[in-house]
Design a protein around this ligand. Sequence first.
Ligand SMILES: [Zn+2]
Ligand SMILES: [Zn+2]
Length: 389
Amino acid sequence: MHNHTHTQSHSYHPQSRRDFFRILIGGPLAGASILELAWHRAAWARALAPTADAQLFDIEKVAEGVYCAMARPQAQINCNAAIFVNTSDVLVVDTHSQPSAAASLIAQIKKEITPMPVRYVVNTHFHGDHIQGNQAYRVAGGKVDFIASEPTKQLMSDLAQRRVQASLDGVPKQIDAMRGRADKAGSAAEKAFCEEQIRQLQAYQSEMKSFTLELPTITFEKSYVIKDKAHELHLEFHGRAHTAGDVVVFCPERRVVATGDMIHGRFPYMADGFPRSWPKTIDSVAALGFDKICPGHGPAQQNRERMTNMRDYIAELTEKVEAGKKAGMSIADLQKTITVASLKSLRSPDYLKYLSDNSYDMPRFGRPVQLQDNVNTNIADIYNNLEKP
Ligand SMILES: [Zn+2]
Ligand SMILES: [Zn+2]
């Protein structure tokens, strides 16, 4: 079995960012201005960190041979990757927004984890921030398979090109907004932050103009098992949730699961989702024997607490929106009556603060999204997607 050493030298570790928020935020419902301030400072600090260019991920070991690469904030959002080290090769879960980001992770895996090649890439679902980097693994050379569920392959062929184009269409407006903000910047740090955002957006533009979609080479319906001498990796579809085709990667020996965006540390994104199935799908995943979670976004999770929080939030909000819709209420009516404070699932002692910490680490081009804004977006998406099975 390959013996690898794991060396970490982070000049800017996520822990220090969380501590930073902890100091700034008095309580979970502290005022927006404090949150905005914290968000800006954290984003600037990251943009100005000496390694910001070179390193896009913070890699954390979650179990023997299993790592969670947590994405640092970028103008174009990147997902986390889960990394499973087999006996003579590597499996990586999800590939970020652009091939250069995946290439940067490949280099970091070589430097920090193992020189062995990446043999398998799993796409948990079809969203751009999880699939658009696939090509980097093809270009890296060697035999590689891309694995996904059948619905994910279908959604990728139907929508991926169009969504890349939509993201490119939005970039000029984002650059203009950043230029405007740079002109009015209140400090040298803010100006530098804006310039770094513009640089990242232009880099995305020039790279993605010639985007090549790399489709899954292996698909499966319910499960696909990779049997390695070191451990087994179970790729499983448990039902519809964040999309029609979400899969998880579960390692029974290491008691870890990688969950994509079905389970993560932020408010759920529900525009392509199945709100009534989602909690049941999480319940089905929860029956697996794992302790730790490498989520699609946000920090690695050391236990099941946040998974349960997220499940309960989706279930409660869906129930309330469904009841309101049946009673003839509009989306706007519901957004007025279903407040952050009215939701039992957000009352758990520190879940709200956890969401605050983890929803503010990507540039928002203006006012950072507030907690109620997130709930309002979820209300609208649930309302529109309720009839989906
Ligand atoms: Zn995502
Ligand atoms: Zn997603």
